[in-house]
Design a protein around this ligand. Structure first.
Ligand code: ATP
Length: 586
């Protein structure tokens, strides 16, 4: 949950090591996603609606596969059988809870009082933006002489621009990468900022959120730094900070808090008493059912309760494709344990969640585990780590994919206080040993470790990571999905649409569909030349294509083409199902 930030925040955090792999083009990824039916703009025929996205046939299946991988590895067979810190089996159960709950839930959780983003309006243009997304080009912070030779020495003075510094021009960008991209490449932004030319491209200052460059503003060429505009600056100098919409100073309001929850009415009268909210997270559905689950099942602490489904946040500036949407899906686990064991369980989950994202294809320098500094933790949290991915639009920084938080006993205690229902747990395995050999038992409020993942952000990371460009291939754009996630598991192509080949293909299709259909699609296609069909499957991320040709009819063999290498081999048609099973590890 995002508390009111006091420092400039962004979708990105600074990497600890220089980026190794090249940054991919978001435009190319989005274009492929549209072309191949992964993601569409919601309500597109009516001009779209900001912050909402629909998934096409391949996207829906990819998303389902990722959700099911989470469900399998978190609920059905948690952590691949890995044992907990005390050598115990990990046990988790699911719930599925309502999007609309009694509004008192959100009072208790703190969302009604505190789920705010700071928002600024431009009184003249009526534009609106999130205060923590405002970035400025400062011209008076680094003398040019120091800029080139003594950057390290001035880092500390520009890392957090003092509130006294007012930027020369401002832009809206939720990440450092986006800000630099706009300043370098967006002609409209350059015009608005009065930038005639970038004399020296902006480069990142080591260990700081600032970027340095040299800009020709027409009348003068200045060494500049690009950095966040602290909220304190907006408060202290509202009259001097230039508007990111008009470039003029004096039209911005001071930052105001804006609640992110969507309101609706339950019942016909639509009066104040009927106000309800669309849930901003799935986690609270678990806490309010904690007692139900304990009372109606045989779970014993430690155990977890998982909840997946849609959440809604009226984000002030939805951005970066599906990364920050207003409607999105979460996969959250609330793991309850004894307070004395909670730090060990926190360590366990933070490690497992990192391993899990790696296991489905995000391994490498684009993924990292970032420990939240103590000063940035929510007041109730005892520890926190984020699994972060280096999205093309956050590069060289990272964006959060999943937060793993040690929430202490905060949530259960809040609900106990507000509902007056006892949330304490009686642990029969604790307390002193009685003469009859049993334990006396102990009452306590369990601590909660919360691995909270975003399904849509997960899909986006998988799409970005899988997207590969190889101009040397006849099919230059390839989606290298992990086989477990691939929406199409196999394609079957009759080489020509005659001579009995379509019939053989149809029979093989039925066989593969019966065996693999639960995990993804099997595709048959007899149109176009075979090269075009392969290229279409490469873009769809289908790992294997089986082609029925003349030899199939005479010798009973087919060709198998591997998506990642483009290599082909011949196998018996009766071996196809076994081959696929082995390759897909299913
Ligand atoms: P952020 O700081 O990016 O706003 P958060 O810390 O508020 O995220 P959580 O409340 O911890 O996010 O939610 C858990 C996960 O839900 C996030 O790690 C992210 O993957 C996903 N998520 C949160 N907000 C959004 C959103 N607006 N659009 C898509 N996914 C989101």
């Amino acid at each position: 949950m995002s508390d009111t930030p006091s420092q400039p925040a962004s979708d990105t955090t600074v990497p600890s090591a220089p980026a190794a792999s090249p940054v991919k083009s978001m435009d190319e990824i989005m274009s492929l996603c549209k072309r191949r039916g992964f993601i569409y703009q919601a309500s597109e025929i009516y001009g779209g609606i900001n912050g909402f996205w629909d998934y096409g046939p391949l996207g829906a299946q990819l998303k389902k596969n990722l959700r099911e991988a989470w469900w399998q590895d978190m609920i059905m067979a948690p952590c691949w059988g890995r044992k907990g810190p005390g050598g115990e089996k990990v046990r988790n159960v699911p719930v599925e809870t309502c999007i609309i709950q009694n509004p008192k839930v959100w009072e208790a959780s703190g969302h009604i009082g505190g789920f705010n983003d700071p928002m600024v309006d431009d009184k003249e243009t009526k534009g609106r933006f999130r205060a923590d997304h405002l970035r400025g080009i400062y011209t008076d912070l680094i003398p040019h002489s120091q800029h080139t030779t003594e950057v390290q020495n001035v880092v500390s003075s520009i890392a957090q621009p003092a509130t006294a510094f007012v930027p020369k021009v401002t832009i809206i960008a939720s990440t450092e990468g986006e800000a630099v991209d706009q300043v370098h490449n967006d002609k409209k932004i350059q015009k608005l900022c009065g930038i005639k030319n970038i004399v020296e491209p902006f480069v990142k200052v080591f260990n700081s959120s600032a970027w340095h460059g040299k800009v020709d503003f027409g009348k003068e060429v200045l060494s500049c730094s690009l950095d966040a505009v602290p909220i304190e600056t907006l408060k202290a100098h509202a009259a001097q900070v230039p508007s990111p919409f008009s470039g003029k100073a004096g039209s911005l309001t001071e930052p105001r808090q804006f609640n992110l929850m969507f309101k609706t009415y339950v019942g016909a009268t639509a009066s104040e008493d009927d106000i309800a909210y669309l849930r901003p997270e799935t986690a609270q559905g678990v806490f309010i059912n904690f007692k139900n689950v304990v009372d109606t099942t045989r779970v014993k602490i430690p155990f977890g309760i998982g909840n997946t489904g849609k959440s809604f946040r009226n984000e002030v500036t939805p951005r970066n494709y599906t990364f920050r949407s207003r409607e999105f899906e979460q996969m959250e686990l609330e793991f309850f344990c004894h307070p004395d064991e909670s730090m060990e369980w926190f360590e366990f989950w933070r490690k497992f969640r990192m391993d899990w994202w790696e296991s489905i294809g995000l391994a490498g320098d684009n993924l990292r585990l970032y420990d939240t500094p103590k000063k940035d933790l929510a007041h109730y949290a005892m520890a926190g780590s984020d699994v972060e991915y280096r999205f093309p639009f956050t590069a060289p920084g990272f964006g959060e994919l999943e937060g793993v938080a040690h929430r202490g006993s905060f949530d259960l205690e809040q609900h106990e206080k507000h509902s007056k229902v006892k949330m304490k747990y009686f642990d029969t395995d604790r307390g002193e040993l009685l003469p009859n050999g049993s334990k006396k038992g102990e009452w306590y409020t369990p601590h909660c470790i919360e691995p909270a993942a975003g399904l849509d952000r997960g899909v986006l990371a998988i799409l970005c990571e899988s997207y590969t460009k190889d101009p040397s291939r006849p099919s230059p754009e390839i989606m290298r999905f992990h086989p477990r996630l691939a929406p199409i598991k196999a394609a079957i192509f009759p080489l020509v649409n005659k001579d009995g080949m379509p019939e053989v293909a149809e029979k093989l299709y039925d066989e593969l569909m019966a065996r693999f259909g639960k995990t993804g699609l099997i595709e048959t296609d007899a149109k176009q030349n075979i090269g075009k069909r392969y290229a279409r499957m490469d873009e769809a991320g289908c790992p294997f294509c089986f082609t029925i040709d003349g030899d199939t009819l005479t010798a009973g063999t087919v060709t198998v083409r591997d998506r990642d290498t483009g290599a082909q081999e011949r196998i018996g048609i009766d071996k196809v199902s076994g081959y696929l099973s082995e390759k897909l590890n299913m």
